[in-house]
Each structure stands twice: as C-alpha cells, then as structure tokens.
Design a protein around this ligand. Sequence first.
Ligand SMILES: Cc1ncc(COP(=O)(O)O)c(C=O)c1O
Length: 393
Amino acid sequence: MRATFIAAELQSAKDAGLYRQLRLVEGEQGPLLILDGREVINFSSNNYLGIANHPALAAAAKAAIDRYGCGSGASRLISGNMTLHEELESKLAEFKSTQAALVFNSGFQANIGILSTLAGEGDVILSDALNHASIIDGCRLSKAQTLVYAHCDLNGLEAGLKQTASARRRLIVTETIFSMDGDEVPLAAIVELAEKYDAMVMVDEAHGTGVFGANGAGVVAKLGLASRVLIQMGTLGKALGGFGAYVAGSRELCDLLINRCRSFIFTTSLPPAVMAMALAAIDLVQSEPQRREALQRNCQKLKKGLSRLGFELGRSESPILPLIVGDAARCMALSAALLERGVFAQGIRPPTVPVGTSRLRITSMATHSDAQIDRALNVFEEVKRQWLPITTS
Ligand SMILES: Cc1ncc(COP(=O)(O)O)c(C=O)c1O
C-alpha cells in the first residue's frame, strides 16, 4: 500500500499554517543558544532557573555513572529499582512535605498513568479547559466521564460537582501554573470545593516546582496545602534542569501506583545519572533562593518592557508570558521576524492552544543578563515598528 495520506496530512498542516519542524540546538542549554547554526537569545525554555548546564548536576551525573553505571536494565518492579531511585523519592517526599513520592520517566507518562489508575468507568474527572495534552490523554485513557470546566471557572467547577453527585469517585485535575498562559490556578478555592463535595484533587506542578514557594517546592507549598491535595505531580525536566517526573502523596497512593499504573510498571526505569541530577537540582533549588529572586527580577523587567511597548500579556503571574497573536500563520511570522533579529520566542499554535489564540510563549530565565533582556526589548520594538501586522488581541 502506498500511504498517500501521509503526504496529504502534511500538506493540510502546511495549508493551515500548522506544520511543525524541528530546530537544532548545538552546544548547551542557556540564555544564549546556538540554534540552527546562529546564536540567539533564548526566551523559549522551561529551564527557568538556568541549572540545566550547572556543574553540580553534571558532577552528580558523572559520579553516578562511575558508581552505578549507565543503564538501569529493567523496569522498577523487575531489577531496575536502584539505590538512587529510592534516595530521590525520599528527597522528593521531604521537598513536597508528603509521606511518599514515586518517580516516573516523564511528566507525560505520569499524567496518563496516574489519571487512568485513579479513575475509571463510573467515575468523573473534572478537568480545566486549558490543562496540558498529557492530562487530556490521561482522562481519555481512564474511560471515566470527563467534564471540562472553563479555565479556572470555580462556578463551572461547582456546577460540575453538583451535577455528578452519584458518581463512584470524582477527581479534579488542574495545573497550578498553566503551561501556555502562565497564570496561577485559584487552588485554595478548588481545594475547598473538593472538600465540600468530597472529590479528590490532583495538581500538575510542572511549571510551579522550583519557581514558587519558599524552598521552590511549588504552588501547593506556597499556599500551605500539602496535606489537603491528594496528588501532587510535577516534572524534573523544567526548572529542575534534568529529566523525568514524580508524584508526591501518601504511601498508599504510591503503593497503588506501583501495583496498577501501567506507565510506571511497563517501562525501563530512569538511569542512575538522571536520578543523581535531580537530587543535585533539589539541593540547589532549596539552598539558592537567589536563583528564584533573579528569575522574578528578570521576569518583571521583561514584562514591564513588553507592556510599555504596548503588548498584551494576559494574566501571567509566572515566568511564562503569553503574547497572544490569534492567527497561527501570523504568529509564526512574528516569531520568525524576531528570530531573524536574534531573539528566540517560539510561536505556539493549535492543538497546543485553542484555535484563534496562537501566541508567542515568552519565558524568562534566572540567568538572562540585563543586557540580553534590553537587547530583546529593542528587537521587539523594532519588529513592532517595522513589521506592523502585529495587532495583539
Ligand atoms: C503542564 C505540563 N504537564 C506535563 C508535562 C509533561 O512533562 P514531561 O516533559 O516531563 O513529559 C508538561 C511538559 O510539557 C507540561 O507543561
């Protein structure tokens, strides 16, 4: 069979302005990148604290390889449960103020696995409209009824809870810092609703961990809600600078996942070097609050500068600034115009964001210099002046 549909699918993505291509980064991940052969200032990374290339992480990874070797050789339940997996889980539990934690190979695998373990037929998942693709796919995989409430809409959530009183179990799932909008969920109010209607709460702290809370433990910690949120999920690949993910919660929750969660059970466990990097990263996050302060300063400088230029940046309260353009093709053209001038701010299109809300997702890093931010603001100004089709909505 000649699979002509492949070329047709690619063409239709191109026609819709939705065709995606990989770009090549040579060298390290930092505030400056060599992208497709050119040096650019990087405003498109989740390496918010700038530790992805920190010598402490590299040294920990090298020492782990020397001591434990490279691969783990098997899944956790066979022979792949190594010393560093358990060390990291103890450290994560302490970091997140929970009884236990469990490491997953990625945030995507964690979300699909946790949701499909905790909810099934006869259950209801109440999910924010802007939740990440991995949460959406976890809801689908679970076979539970999924009610999607409007973004951060507490009335909509409460209506959903009232309407599903007869369900076997109900689970509310939300990001704490939304990945493409950077706004913070009203978590205390959600927890109260959950308690009032006897529902479970699961949070995705992919973009909160490392950035919020006194020790960088995230939004749940900042609000003192650790004992009232049943499932705290997060990743090790964003502010923590490495790779992988975790869930933090009760010992029973982790034991249930060890027994039932297919994306935990049926996969080779992460290698020792990755665990060692995460251990070193948590130490850095806890002991160097100045990184969060620098991130906050850079974020405010960029935000103020872009607002002064007349760009609308939504309700972000985090290092993620969405500059909404609307149309996908125009968004990519704006991103390309910036890139030509040495500023990398990735355009984000459907299905990552809803149709008509294509945007630049501009992210700050603790390690951006003032000069780099000033340079970027000059470029934004120049592009706005010379390339006028930007009317942000
Ligand atoms: C909110 C959110 N959850 C989960 C994930 C997936 O995490 P990972 O990259 O570790 O698979 C991401 C990453 O893109 C994310 O933004």
